[in-house]
Write a protein that binds this ligand. Structure first.
Ligand code: ZN
Length: 257
């Protein structure tokens, strides 16, 4: 009790009172934590550099009744470059928002902590939309919502449904509700299936089995990227009941380009 250490990423930072900030932190050791950084908006604060938005930081905290307090900190990576570009900032905000909204306080998920750090680092050079797509897929898998792409979610027919369908010229089918692909035999008798291109399914399967910093090197047609974004948006909204605020920023960005 009392004092403890945490390796953290700052997911969200809100102004509080005269000079304080309330931080949402995702920590390796404790999962999500909400903590206050007192006096951090004063120019003389020694904590200031340690708790910038998205910083990868090593903190010392004091456990309080309702809110923990950051007492010391040192950032090891600041990710300040994210502030220079709206598309990068939006992708980082989106990843952080998903983590904040889909995890519980004091529930450590070290794999997700590593994935978030990899996503932030990859934004230094990777396409922001692709980073967001691969992050979504891998986050779903880590949290137990992995979409089933290898066998029919209705009849269990095994095999590479999307590849064989592609060869035969049929569309592939996906059920948001059942959480995966549906074979051509089951599709006509299954409610709520939507057509999905074999290329999008192939890309999604690739995103699930490939480390994020490698997966984002894939060349993906813009139409395919948009298709996956739309599918995953429905999937997230249905299975986790989350409708991230950042989606509106993504839409604005797409409409502006
Ligand atoms: Zn089937």
């Amino acid at each position: 009790m009392g004092i403890y250490k945490a390796e953290a990423v700052v997911l969200r930072s809100r102004v509080y009172g005269e000079a304080d900030r309330i931080l949402s932190l995702f920590t390796k050791e404790w999962g999500k934590i909400v903590a206050i950084a007192k006096g951090v908006r004063k120019p003389t604060s020694r904590l200031r550099g340690a708790v910038q938005l998205f910083s990868h930081t090593h903190l010392v905290l004091y456990r309080g009744k309702s809110l923990d307090t950051v007492t010391q900190g040192e950032a090891s990576e600041d990710f300040a470059f994210l502030q220079d570009d709206l598309a990068h900032l939006t992708a980082a905000s989106y990843c952080a928002e998903l983590v904040e909204r889909l995890t519980l306080e004091n529930q450590p998920i070290p794999r997700l902590f590593r994935l978030l750090l990899t996503a932030l680092r990859t934004l230094r050079w990777g396409d922001p939309a692709l980073v967001a797509r691969v992050f979504e897929m891998q986050l779903l898998a880590i949290l137990g919502y992995r979409p089933r792409l290898e066998d029919c979610v209705v009849c269990g027919r095994k095999g590479r449904i999307m590849v064989s369908d592609n060869r035969e010229g049929h569309p592939s089918w996906f059920s948001i509700e059942r959480g995966g692909v549906v074979c051509p035999a089951c599709a006509p008798v299954t409610e709520g299936v939507r057509a999905v291109s074999p290329a999008a399914l192939e890309a999604m399967a690739y995103f699930l089995r490939t480390p994020l910093d490698r997966a984002v090197r894939v060349k993906l047609a813009r139409g395919c990227s948009v298709e996956i974004a739309s599918l995953l948006r429905s999937f997230l909204a249905y299975h986790s009941e989350v409708k991230p605020r950042t989606w509106e920023f993504f839409d604005d960005l797409h409409n502006a380009t």
